[in-house]
Design a protein around this ligand. Structure first.
Ligand SMILES: O=C(O)CCC(=O)C(=O)O
Ligand SMILES: [Fe+2]
Length: 207
């Protein structure tokens, strides 16, 4: 069973998509995109914040997700094809990944939705699942990090809570990608001490 590999190798050598996602419920990869693409996306994310395009992220689905800063404090902007050359390259990567997941796992993933996320110092996202009560199409969550030189003392780890296994903390280091099952993996973003940039996305299947 082939491992996921684009520009780099798997963080856990030999871990396949099937072993990672189906058995552990999560996996992680370093160097998922090139340092150059990561820098371009990071610059775009910051620019989006400076130009006022990022909005406080809400909780829940539908037209008017509620702002609840005691639950999540990130700012987001949704990505669309044609937004920039860098975003298009990233979205092309994700299309390759979507096809690979369908080939290997028969998940029937049909769409991908994603947004830039910026957590200002002090922001966090309390423990949650990525599946809504009224919309269970989100199937696989993927987060790509865009921050150079992240240290443990900066906080801001993605903390996964796999059932029956110890928690896993993933630092949001540039080029690192974390992937997990949206409806099953309880996860949270610990309070960050430093501005934290990422692209969070979800592969969705047909209802
Ligand atoms: O940024 C992360 O590490 C996770 C973000 C997240 O859980 C979400 O946006 O649903
Ligand atoms: Fe999440």
């Amino acid at each position: 069973m082939p491992a996921i590999s684009f520009d780099g190798s798997l963080a856990v050598p030999g871990l396949s998509i099937v072993d990672g996602l189906c058995q552990a419920g999560w996996l992680m990869q370093e160097h998922f995109i090139s340092p150059e693409l990561s820098r371009q996306l990071a610059a775009e994310c910051v620019q989006s914040m400076l130009s006022g395009k990022m909005k406080g992220a809400g909780v829940g689905s539908g037209h008017a997700p509620l702002l609840q800063p005691d639950i999540r404090g990130d700012h987001i902007e949704w990505l669309e094809i044609g937004r920039s050359e860098a975003c298009d390259r990233y979205l092309a990567h994700m299309e390759t990944l979507r096809c690979m997941l369908n080939r290997e796992l028969f998940l029937g993933l049909e769409e991908y939705e994603s947004h830039f996320a910026l957590y200002a110092p002090g922001a966090f996202y309390r423990a949650h699942l990525d599946r809504f009560r009224d919309d269970d199409k989100r199937t696989v969550s993927v987060v790509l990090y865009l921050n150079d030189d992240w240290l443990p003392e900066h906080g801001g780890a993605l903390r996964l809570h796999p059932q029956g296994a110890p928690v896993v903390d993933i630092l949001p280091q540039a080029g690192r990608m974390a992937m997990f099952m949206s409806g099953e993996m309880l996860h949270e973003v610990l309070p960050t001490a430093r501005q934290r940039l990422s692209i969070a996305g979800w592969f969705r299947r047909r209802a």
